[in-house]
Design a protein around this ligand. Structure first.
Ligand code: KG4
Ligand code: ZN
Length: 333
């Protein structure tokens, strides 16, 4: 029997819904991004984000059902991101999910946003275990060990800024557009690594720190300007990105070795980074690691990944009732 999950994601600035079959087949997905609005402010404005979710959520649902050619009575369960994320944004998706679950008498399945990013990798080909997941996004930088489906052991994380956040802040300082990740990624491919920036938290732990590197970029630009010089943005983007990739790749390869795992998945918005992909492709080939990334369209926030994760949560019997709360921060479990 096939299982159809209707999933909802609204943790940040994308209003998204999807219908996913058996945790791996994207029947239909709708993503309504607010990115152009927030770009005017150089970052996500929480109050605007939640208002826009309210305006979009029913339109997204109607479009989804039309696209899928399905009605809600054919759905087995409603999966929803309950956290982490912006509380006002989460609340809109959560309220929609509870309403649908209540009216149509469907089970409500709570999904952690990071579980969603990880399970975006199940939409390409089935995930193989045990694995290490490197989750790199605007809100997270985590290394997670998974022995089997839906078993998450966080082995390290950022002590301050998330890597995507550092990309966005550095882009802002360099007067580049928001979101900064893709812009810096493109610039980095054309520059040379000529700036002396530190490799952040270059130790034997699995933790990360990006605020020092970010500050180093800001100070460097400031000092050059004081001397009447302009920084070369392409070269600075290259140096910044090289340090980021160096530390992410080093700690990920160390984790694979320590946990004796040869399956690696990379997830989250920053997994779209071309420089990171090139480096990881090379390292994984040299070390016989089976590497997977999501399709580009599943790297940034979307409900399809929540439907993929939601399927396994549903099969494990995870359920929430109408008291399910939105959580700005919560542990991956
Ligand atoms: O996963 P996501 O859509 O949202 C969160 O859950 O945070 O990730 C968004 C982040 C932004 O910080 C954006 O700058 C970054 O992913 N990003 C990238 C690239 N594409 C998106 N960072 C580096 N290189 C990219 N190509
Ligand atoms: Zn995300």
């Amino acid at each position: 029997m096939d299982t159809y999950i209707l999933s909802i994601e609204s943790s940040c600035d994308e209003t998204s819904m999807a219908i996913v079959k058996n945790g791996c087949i994207d029947i239909a997905t709708v993503v309504l991004s607010q990115m152009n609005t927030h770009a005017n402010y150089g970052g996500v404005v929480p109050e605007i984000a939640s208002r826009m979710h309210v305006e979009s959520i029913t339109i997204v649902l109607e479009e989804l059902l039309t696209k899928a050619g399905m009605t809600i009575d054919k759905i087995d369960a409603i999966a929803v991101t309950y956290g982490p994320g912006l509380i006002g944004s989460l609340l809109i998706g959560l309220t929609a999910a509870k309403t649908l679950a209540y009216i149509y008498k469907k089970p409500l399945v709570p999904v952690h946003h990071i579980a969603g990013h990880i399970y975006a990798n199940n939409l390409n080909k089935k995930m193989e275990f045990p694995l290490i997941a490197l989750v790199v996004s605007g809100g997270h930088t985590e290394l997670v060990y998974m022995k089997e489906h839906y078993s998450f052991k966080k082995i390290g994380g950022t002590l301050d800024d998330a890597v995507g956040e550092a990309y966005d802040k550095v882009a802002r300082v360099l007067d580049l557009s928001y979101p900064g990740g893709p812009v810096i990624d493109n610039l980095a491919s054309t520059g040379t690594d000529q700036y002396d920036l530190p490799i952040p938290l270059n130790d034997h732990s699995f933790n990360f720190s990006f605020s020092g590197l970010k500050s180093a970029v800001i100070n460097l630009k400031h000092n050059e300007e004081q001397r009447g010089n302009m920084v070369n943005k392409n070269n600075l983007a290259t140096s910044f990105q090289n340090r980021v990739i160096e530390i992410l790749s080093k700690k990920t390869m160390n984790a694979l070795k320590e946990y004796q795992v040869n399956n690696l998945i990379i997830a989250g918005g920053v997994s779209a980074n071309k420089g990171l992909r090139n480096k990881m492709d090379k390292l994984c080939e040299e070390n016989n690691i089976n590497l997977s990334y999501p399709d580009f369209k599943y790297c940034t926030d979307n409900a399809t990944m929540i439907g993929a994760a939601g399927y396994y949560a549903y099969k494990l019997g995870r359920r929430a009732d109408l008291n399910l709360k939105a959580e700005a921060t919560c542990n991956l479990e």
